[in-house]
Design a protein. Sequence first.
Length: 167
Amino acid sequence: MTTQSPTLVARDEGDHFHFLNHLFTAKVTGEQTNGTMSVMEFLAPRGFGPPLHRHDVEDELFYVIDGEVRFSCDGDEAAHGSGAVVWLPRGRAHQFQILSETARVLQVTTPAQFERFVAALGRPAPEPVLPEPEDIDPSHVADVCARFGIEVLGPPPAPLDAPTPTA
C-alpha cells in the first residue's frame, strides 16, 4: 500500500489554466491521490457552458461555491445556487450553464485525469483571473475530448439574454 501525503491548498493556490474561456485551478491532482480523484475549482462568466457531452472514464461531482448554475443530465434539468451538490455519473449525457454574473464551482472527478484534460486543452494562467474571451475551435475541442474518453454529443447551451439592469 502506498502512503499518501496530505494536501493543503489555500483559496487562490494551485495550478491555474485558462480553459474554454474560463479559469480552472487544479487543487488536488491524480498524482497526489494515486489516481483516485482530481479536484478542480473553476470560475466562469455568465452564459458559459460546455457542449453536451458524456464522460466514459470519470464520474463528476460539482459543489456550487458561489453563483447559480443550470445543470442538465439525461433530460433532468435544474438551476442550483451556492451550497448545491450535483453528481453526474459517467456515461450520462450532460451539460451546464452559468446563470449568474459569474460562478465559482468545485469539481471532483473520479478516477483522476480531468486535470490532465484541462492542461491539454487549456493554457497555463499566471494569475487566478478570468481570461479575455477567445474563439473556440469546436473540432479541436472534440479531438482533445476524444483523447480523454469524453464524447462531444452536441453544441454548447444557447447564449443567455443580456442581464437585466437593476435599479
